[in-house]
Design a protein around this ligand. Sequence first.
Ligand code: 3HC
Length: 294
Amino acid sequence: MAIEKVGVVGCGLMGSGIAQVAAQAGYPVTVREVSTQLLEKGLQSIEKNLGRLVEKGTIAAVDRDQIRGRLRGTTNVDDLKDCDIIIEAIIEQLPAKRELWSALDKICPKSAIFASNTSSLSITEMATFTQRPDRFLGLHFFNPVPVMKLVEVIRTIATDPKVFEEVVAFAGKLGKTPVRTTDRTGFIVNRLLVPYILDAVRALEEGVASIEDIDNSMKLGCGHPMGPLTLLDFVGLDTTYYIANIMFDEFKEKRFAPPPLLKRMVLAGWNGRKAGRGFYDYSDPAKPKAMQLT
Ligand code: 3HC
């Protein structure tokens, strides 16, 4: 069955981006949040992004109106029952995912495909919350979703190869470049990115260089768009700490162990850009100032 109608659960940073790109690609999209307030916040961020695209001349005002018209927000899970694919981008907690997937499994037809945007939880374990492990896979987007071209498509040992290829093609229709991977914690990107970011924190802890010099080294020496500590602030220290712990639990390898400085910053609530403070102070967001941490 072709994918014609898209459901997105969660309208936070990732969910709103996913809903936006799906609507931009021409799909009717229903996006669900737990409260009207969170839903409004997510829809406003889509509105802001689309407004920017119109200002820059990337899309016409009439396109924006059509994209808007394809987006429907709801707080009711039942409204997702006629979607051909449901992409989940809710909080990274297994009990919440269990509750959602088992509810959706009961109301959606057997043909619907379920995809999780999790960055670190087991897709296989999530599939066991449903009666459709053959139609369950991972679809991992990157932040900021409208900009980043990559999508990891993740199959488990139980995913039907036809369903997998259908979703690979769907990711292409969203204007993304899909890569195929398997259900190993961290998939491709976080497996490589997380140890790199954690090593940047270790380098800072060990006095190798200052925050700015570590960031500038990777920006100017390796052509990365952001240095690792700026990227950590961007992704969120709490999110990275959480992912690193899951990867360490899975592989028991030192390279995935969160360094003490990261843990202490998370305990202090210095979670990066969203908290106004991380490796940099964002009191003036246009001019972040490196913090004195060591
Ligand atoms: N939403 C939508 N569009 C955005 C955006 C956002 N949040 N932030 C920036 N953009 C757009 C801008 O409008 C601009 O568009 P234009 O080229 O059409 O004018 C373009 O992106 C470039 O933005 P800026 O000129 O403002 O700034 P930069 O050139 O510094 O780019 C960046 C910003 C795209 C975020 C770039 O710094 C970058 O690529 N950083 C690395 C991001 C990254 O590594 N993401 C992956 C994180 S890991 C992850 O998500 C996995 C998870 O599991 C942890």
